[in-house]
Design a protein around this ligand. Structure first.
Ligand code: SAM
Length: 898
């Protein structure tokens, strides 16, 4: 039974984004006007916005926001974060300027480099020396000096310039389209830092504790797949994908990435964000990070600890002032105080989950020492010498940073307006002790020196024209002795017994903690984290938290919610593609064609309907059937949460699988046991491939405790004609069209599944049957036409090669035009026509890359423009909703919205 984890979660009215980027907005010196109501005004010159969001999605009106806040300025001056008065002025001035646009080329590095290089030749030359109306000169994007391999860029541009200037407009369209399919990530520069400092290698087990929306997760996945992204299938218009040379399964990394978020809906955002990378080494989970469970290895029965953990914790987010301008008017110190305990608990859980010798990066997009150095200091102190700060000065040497603070003050919780600050815990009046705890305060100068807090990194906006950020790189150098300690530090003897109404504190809290610690002593540090529900409840009080609405909305008592269908669009595209190939085939059969003369017509190669016993409802092995007792069958992962379906590993004797393997000529040693399905039904809609590391975790002894939202790369999709009913319907349709009983989609084989194009690069290089090598003219033809006649394929060699594969599912491959490995496509071979199972977005992207004009039927340039405008309007709207103080119910966070 799932416990209600009422912990230190705080409902924050606005959710701020410290990772992803809004589209550019314009500003005048100290006033920013963000897009208003429909027909509202743009920042520059008050003109009507041409990019107004659709009516129903309009935010409410915004007032001009003065870019000053006395409390903010007084508070941070008192904290002495920037001692030099002149530098302080530059700091404030930088915060008042809009954030430049930054983006990163994603996926495997060879493809990313090729795409970056193409920008230098295709777009940047026409963006040189552009002068705006006010005389400012704008340049094309420049690489961020500190980002490896020049794969991240930054430029300052406003909407007006984008609209007016052809070069910028074309580039903006490119950015929008490539971001949409995932080849680019518009990510704030500072948000790219933590994954880089985590120093991830392909053999590492990595945990991203607070991962959504996932820009850093994507970087971690890329790092696990190594510089050449071997085995990472980022699709065809997304790079060499697995398609890259040597991207066979053998070159899959040993490591894995577990991307976790406490908010279930945001966890699904992660699915979307990481989809493009198609990594079989990724698992997405849904836990409160401070209670992330230990999983025990099925063989050794030891905990599967992590080599690297990213704790990019929920924070107050005042480092995002440049893009979340409402912080200027709303800023208070209260949020930091409320978040400190949660942040410390998450960091302490990270320590418990990390291997000795492993690293943790702790980061926030807040400037507040209470959320930053105080948390790091408390963790260091609690762990004794078992945790240390790493001196990261030699890492990313071009990155300008300020040292961590060694002394700071803690603001009053009761008096938030007068900037009442305390230097030590002893100074606090009795009635403040409910909220302010010792771990928030700085320690003695000697101890701060010993802890080397100066190794923390403070990133300020004036240093390199970025947002504000905090990072600490930590190394676990031993096993900490946590006996007698809580996750948030020792509580003093005089900790008040009286808590605010309805909450438990003092004695009750201590009792709960003692209970948890007794368990911890018996069962190790894990028990401390996992069995201290009582203590957690009091945390909520201590954090000043309001019980999280999201949690109430999504209790286990509620019926299982439907999975968001992120792949729906892609599947619809493919299904419509399939049906059009076959419809065309039925219709076109009346027209004599070259294909007919080449014995490709159905008349000459009749396609018998497969019998039901050959396809659907095959006899599935026992291991593929979920067992009612969790853990009894190690091949089945039953989710802790009833909202998720189980993951069932298929057995190599599975009849359907054997036919699939045989149809495409998979090698004998293909790891069939890493194929997984998510349905207890026998006719699996989709079959996914997971890495050995993911499987090891999913079949671990107590794996049912992990709430897995998503894992695996979808490799096979069930054919629409795989069931008898479908065949009968298809035959009837064909008969209606005056054809004999050939389904509109029936192939002449018993193979129940076809490939999924996105997952194909992972296994494509292994296939020995039904693989057709195509050339560029044929690819262009097959991208321009959803269902070209075989007779229309320009190359005779390709035409013949297609004609040689049996009617039904097949695979097409071609070297990537940018020299980044091979591209792989799921193909349908119909009697007289053929088609690639590629969705429209990918067609457009591929045609662009091949330098072919995108025809109007795919939306052409107009569609691009519309997409760009819609994306822009949607982003402005989401910022607007925040600005309006609209309540965003996510897991307790500020500093985090997409
Ligand atoms: C600052 S954002 C993370 C941004 C993310 N790392 C990225 O780069 O895209 C914080 C995230 O923490 C999640 N969160 C809040 N409380 C949490 C908790 N107790 N455990 C895990 N995640 C939590 C929020 O839902 C939010 O998605």
């Amino acid at each position: 039974m799932h416990r209600r984890l009422a912990s230190a979660c705080i409902l924050v009215r606005r959710v701020l984004d410290c990772t992803t980027q809004a589209l550019p907005f314009s500003t005048t010196s100290t006033q920013v006007r963000i897009m208003g109501k429909r027909g509202g005004k743009s920042g520059r010159g008050g003109k009507k916005s041409g990019n107004a969001a659709p009516k129903e999605r309009q935010p409410k009106a915004y007032a001009d926001i003065p870019l000053t806040n006395e409390r903010f300025e007084t508070y941070y001056q008192a904290q002495n974060i920037i001692p030099d008065p002149q530098e302080w002025e530059s700091f404030l001035a930088a915060f008042r300027k809009p954030l430049p646009v930054t983006f990163r080329f994603t996926g495997s590095s060879s493809y990313a480099k090729a795409l970056a290089a193409s920008c230098h030749t295709k777009y940047f030359p026409s963006m040189q020396n552009v002068t705006m109306d006010d005389g400012t000169q704008i340049d094309p994007p420049k690489p961020l000096a500190w980002y490896p391999d020049q794969l991240a860029y930054q430029y300052a541009v406003d909407r007006a310039t984008i609209r007016k200037h052809e070069g910028f407009r074309r580039f903006h369209q490119f950015l929008t389209a490539e971001t949409e399919i995932g080849n680019l990530s518009r990510q704030e520069a500072v948000s790219m830092i933590p994954p880089l400092l985590l120093d991830v290698h392909p053999h590492h087990r990595v945990l991203d504790m607070c991962a959504a929306p996932g820009s850093k997760t994507a970087q971690l996945i890329e790092a696990v797949h190594g510089a050449n992204a071997h085995g990472m299938s980022s699709g065809n218009s997304g790079g060499p994908a697995a398609g890259g040379a040597g991207a066979s399964l053998e070159s899959l990394p040993d490591g894995l990435v577990v991307a976790n978020d406490a908010d279930w809906k945001r966890a699904y955002m992660l699915v979307h964000q990481t989809k493009r990378l198609q990594s079989p080494c990724l698992m997405i989970t849904n836990h409160e990070a401070q209670f992330f469970p230990h999983i025990y290895d099925p063989v050794s029965d030891k905990p599967l600890l992590f080599d690297r953990i990213l704790a990019d914790v929920p924070c107050s987010g005042d480092g995002t002032l440049r893009k979340n301008v409402n912080i200027w008017k709303d800023w208070t110190v209260g949020q930091s105080l409320a978040l400190h305990i949660l942040q410390l608990r998450i960091l302490m859980r990270a320590v418990a989950l990390t291997k000795v010798g492993g690293k943790i990066v702790y980061s926030t997009c807040s400037l507040n020492p209470v959320e930053n150095e105080a948390v790091v200091q408390a963790a260091l102190k609690r762990c004794g010498g078992a945790l240390r700060i790493v001196d990261a000065s030699s890492m990313l040497p071009e990155l300008k940073r300020a040292p961590g603070l060694k002394a700071w003050k803690v603001p009053s919780f009761k008096n938030k307006t007068d900037n009442v600050l305390y230097s030590t815990y002893d100074e606090i009046p009795e009635d403040e002790k409910v909220r302010l705890i010792p771990s928030m305060f700085s320690t003695s100068a000697d101890e701060a020196d010993a802890l080397q807090l100066e190794h923390c990194l403070r990133i300020y906006p004036h240093l390199q024209n970025t947002g504000g950020f905090f990072v600490a790189v930590l190394e676990k150098v031993g096993e900490p002795d946590l006996a007698g300690k809580t996750q948030y530090g020792e509580l003093p003897e005089d900790f008040p017994a009286k808590m605010p109404k309805g909450r438990r504190g003092g004695a009750a809290k201590k009792e709960a903690i003692a209970k948890a610690e007794a368990k911890a002593a018996a069962g190790g540090a894990e028990a401390l984290a996992e069995d201290e529900t009582d203590a957690m409840e009091t945390d909520e009080a201590a954090a000043g938290g309001v019980k999280r609405k999201a949690e109430e909305e999504l209790t286990d008592e509620q019926p299982a919610a439907k999975h968001p269908r992120l792949d729906q669009e892609e599947e619809q595209d493919e299904q419509s593609m399939l049906s059009s190939v076959s419809k065309a085939d039925v219709t076109l059969r009346r027209v004599p064609s070259i294909a007919d003369s080449e014995s490709t017509s159905r008349a000459e190669t009749p396609a018998p309907l497969a019998t039901s016993s050959d396809v659907a409802g095959t006899d599935r092995s026992a291991s593929a059937t979920p067992t009612p007792v969790a853990g009894a069958d190690r091949q089945t992962h039953h989710n802790f949460s009833s909202r998720e379906e189980p993951f069932i590993f298929l057995n190599k004797d599975d009849k359907e699988l054997r036919v699939i393997m045989d149809t495409f000529g998979f090698p004998e040693n293909f790891p069939v046991d890493q194929l997984v399905v998510r349905s207890t039904k026998e006719d699996h809609r989709a079959i996914y491939f997971t890495s050995a590391s993911v499987k090891q975790t999913l079949v671990a002894n107590n794996a049912y405790r992990i709430k897995v939202v998503n894992t695996g790369v979808k490799v096979f999709t069930r054919r629409a004609d795989a069931s008898e009913t479908q065949k009968v319907k298809a035959a009837a349709k064909a008969a209606e069209l005056g054809e004999d009983a050939l389904s509109t989609e029936v192939g002449d084989d018993d193979c129940t599944h076809r490939f999924n194009t996105l997952g194909l690069p992972l296994v494509g290089p292994l296939l020995t049957k039904r693989v057709v090598k195509i050339d560029e003219p044929s690819l262009v033809q097959m991208l321009l036409e959803e269902r070209p006649l075989l007779a229309d394929i320009p190359s005779e060699t390709v035409r013949k090669a297609i004609a040689e594969v049996p009617v039904g599912p097949a695979v097409a491959t071609i070297p990537d035009p940018n020299g980044a490995g091979d591209m792989w496509f799921s193909m349908w071979r119909a009697p007289v026509s053929t088609g690639l199972l590629v969705n429209k977005k990918e067609r457009v992207s591929l045609l662009n890359r091949l330098g072919v004009a995108v025809p109007e039927k795919f939306g052409g340039v107009k569609k691009y423009e519309k997409q760009a405008q819609e994306a822009e309007a949607a982003e402005v709207e989401s910022k607007g909703a925040e600005a309006d103080g609209e309540e965003s119910v996510t897991a307790s966070v500020a500093g985090s919205e997409m």
